[in-house]
Write a protein that binds this ligand. Sequence first.
Ligand code: NDP
Length: 333
Amino acid sequence: MRWALIGASRIASGHMIDAIRTQSGAEITAVLSSDATRGRDYAQTQGIAAAYTDLDTLLAEAEVDAVYISTTNEKHHAQALRSINAGKHVLCEKPLAMTVADASEMVRAAEAKGVVFATNHHLRNAGSHLAMREIVTSGGIGDVLSIRVFHAVSLPEVLRGWRIDNPAAGGGVIPDIVVHDADTVRFHLGEDPASVVAKETASGMGDGVEDSVMSVWTMPSGVMVMTHESFTHTHAKTGFEIHGSKGSIVARNVMTQAPAGEIFLTTKDGTNPVPFSDHNLYERSLGLFYQATRGEGRPSADGVDGVKSLAVALAVKEAATTGREVTVDYGGI
Ligand code: NDP
């Protein structure tokens, strides 16, 4: 599988390049950057043969089977459509686009072209979340009553660029983190939030965008969901709790890119730690993506998952800015 990186980004250099290279037979043949010097430096540092500044030229000249899109959020839509039209498989970063209509168009274009299109939601690949899901689906906590998501972190200094001051590029904690939480809750419950209420604020970091939000989601089954996302919480740590009629799962430090954290299951028999696999989240995601391109199975999070996580995030934004309960609009997908 020959890959092109669309975007000379930190997520690619920090995680995805290594994860791609662990896949048998995978190589990265090209990178796209809007800046020729940055692209050339990035290619040299990362050992990538070619750097381009024009996507159509890259798609025409470079030997590429799949692209990984990790530019800022407002660019994903156009870059994905052009890559799909060129017959490339696409792994796209979250949020897929700025609107549900654009994200749906990306999914439909890939279906029409017969290429694999997936969303890089890493958390559902984590050993911790796979272990929690196994407990839930095997009835280990009885009927699920509620989920509490704690995803308030301190945004690392190096990431305090477009995320904290550029709404046009998709900045703000809602597009950045609520999408992940929406995907993770959907993964655990197997259902889509119906409506949301929310409050947001800028608590010292966001400049023209929210840096903190709390929301409550109504699920079709009646399960209650509450989430807290923030860029400004230095010591809060992350967590994920699933409470059921016969037990509770309490996990800490599991809303992260690393295979880390701890999980405890409490039932009438007491509280016990839950073991889980410490495999690399992104490598698992790429492995399933690669299999899907060979017609085996599906990506861990496909395009529809990406549309739905975006739809929830946009509903949370609307609820937070209007003060109203908002029905989640999945755009018919
Ligand atoms: P970066 O800010 O690192 O990169 C985004 C774009 O910014 C790049 O495409 C690049 O443009 C430009 N850029 C990068 N470095 C510089 C620089 N030093 N000076 C000027 N411009 C620069 O973004 P992230 O890697 O944090 O995020 C990229 C995407 O990935 C987003 O959609 C984000 O939501 C997603 N993401 C997903 C994660 C996950 O776990 N699934 C984790 C982190 C991010 P150009 O390409 O034109 O050179």
